[in-house]
Ligand binder design. Sequence first.
Ligand code: ZN
Ligand code: ZN
Length: 103
Amino acid sequence: MSDIKAWAHDMIKYAVRAGQMKRQPCESCGAAKAQAHHDDYLKPREVRWLCVRCHRAWHREHGEAANADAPIPYGQHNLWTDRLSETPPSWIANLETRRRGDP
Ligand SMILES: [Zn+2]
Ligand SMILES: [Zn+2]
C-alpha cells in the first residue's frame, strides 16, 4: 500500500474514532459491513462506503483511484484536528518523523 493510501485510510480511522464521521453500510448493495473507498486520495474526507465485493467491482471498472502515487500532503492533517482541542494523535507524529528522516 502506498503511503498516501495508508494516510487517507488513517484519516478515516481517526475521523471515525473522533466522532467526526460515521461508518456507513455499502452504498451500492446495502451490506452492513463496508470499507471506506477514496475516489481521490488527496480528498481524504470524501469517501464511498463499499463492501468488499462492491469495492473490488469498483476497482475492476475504474482502475486505481486518483492520486494513488501522490506524495502525502503533510500539513493538511489539520483537516481533522482543527475542530479538536486535543493534541494530534500519535500516527500524525509518526508521519512527521518519517518525513524528517527522508533524504
Ligand atoms: Zn456492496
Ligand atoms: Zn477503493
